[in-house]
Design a protein around this ligand. Structure first.
Ligand code: BDR
Ligand code: CA
Length: 312
């Protein structure tokens, strides 16, 4: 499957790239947004991870430096000062490609109509800009999968806000309102992807260079998640979005009417999904204000694919 990855690399974004590379994705391009770290650092990190995997042919396009309607906020506490867990990994010296992220998403979609799947695992600023530049974008893509939201569960960036939606709520609303069948892979499912102890042990013990890279990147993430999960493990937000783009059958889905809270004093950035199950339920996934969320997930199958991608 040919994939454009829009990311804010980021430890779990890096794990999503590892997942994609190890599960047969044809990474056509990576586009980078602000989010976990400033966009220049996220761009460098994306190049660094691709190059470490021998994917030096995958172009990386820098994108939005800040959200549409609020100041920039970053998450070095979660991802380390360098965004890659402060492991001292040697940075790529490759330059980013010239075209800016949103323009490149539009260019690729126009050049290869119906062929490309967009996987967005950062704040949605680049995707929103691409929609503003090319309103026909939904018809030009094969699919779109977003890591974002926390429907019916606590947030992580705020009490109710999941980071990718919270970092640019207006952009997320534009994505929800676009006429496409969009999957939002939110904390309601990603927080259930905690790696079990034997999986952690397999990554730690593997001599495969991909596992060594993942293990090194993951240490800071394990430090962050240990007090939250009560065990030295982590959840896999961005790899799950990539997994469901590549293998939608790992999950079942439900359509919900959704919108982003844009005004609340404490709730701005919350993805509000209507889980009441009233009749009539949303029937058209392409209707504005309708998204697909994950209902059930084959978690062991997902973990198996994650470990296989690392050679662990
Ligand atoms: C999301 O926020 C970022 O910190 C992660 O990379 C992931 O995309 C999880 O809420
Ligand atoms: Ca991310």
């Amino acid at each position: 499957m040919a994939v454009i990855l829009d990311c804010d690399t980021g430890i779990d974004d890096a794990l999503a790239i590892l997942y994609a590379a190890g599960n047969g994705a044809d990474l056509t391009a990576c586009t980078v947004t602000h989010g976990n770290v400033p966009v220049e650092i996220g761009t460098r990190n994306t190049l660094t991870i691709l190059d470490r995997l021998g994917l030096t042919h995958v172009p990386v396009h820098q994108g939005a430096a800040r959200p549409i309607a609020q100041p920039l906020a970053t998450a070095e506490l979660v991802h380390g000062q360098d965004g890659l867990g402060d492991t001292g990994i040697a940075a790529s010296t490759r330059a980013a490609a010239g075209t800016l992220a949103a323009a490149e998403i539009v260019r690729l979609a126009r050049d290869r109509p119906g062929e490309l799947t967009l996987v967005a695992v950062g704040p949605l600023t680049n995707v929103a800009l691409a929609l503003l530049l090319e309103p026909a974008l939904p018809a030009l893509l094969a699919g779109v999968v977003v890591m974002g939201g926390a429907v019916g569960v606590p947030g992580n960036a705020s009490e109710l806000g999941e980071a990718n939606v919270w970092h640019d709520p207006e952009a997320a609303q534009l994505v929800i309102d676009a006429p496409w069948d969009v999957v939002f892979v939110g904390l309601e499912i990603t927080m259930r992807t905690q790696l079990p102890a034997p999986a952690i042990e397999r990554i730690a013990a593997s001599a495969d260079p991909r596992a060594r890279l993942a293990w090194s990147l993951m240490q800071h993430y394990l430090d962050v998640y240990e007090p939250i999960l009560g065990a030295r493990t982590c959840v896999l937000h961005d790899p799950l979005a990539m997994a469901l783009a590549l293998d939608p059958d790992l999950a079942t889905y439900r359509l919900v009417a959704a919108s982003v809270e844009l005004r609340g004093a404490r709730t701005r950035g919350q993805l509000v999904g209507d889980l009441r199950g009233y009749d009539p339920a949303p029937a058209d996934p392409r209707a504005p204000g309708v998204i697909r969320i994950v209902d059930t997930l084959d978690i062991p199958a997902f973990h198996a694919k994650f470990l296989a991608a690392l050679g662990a």
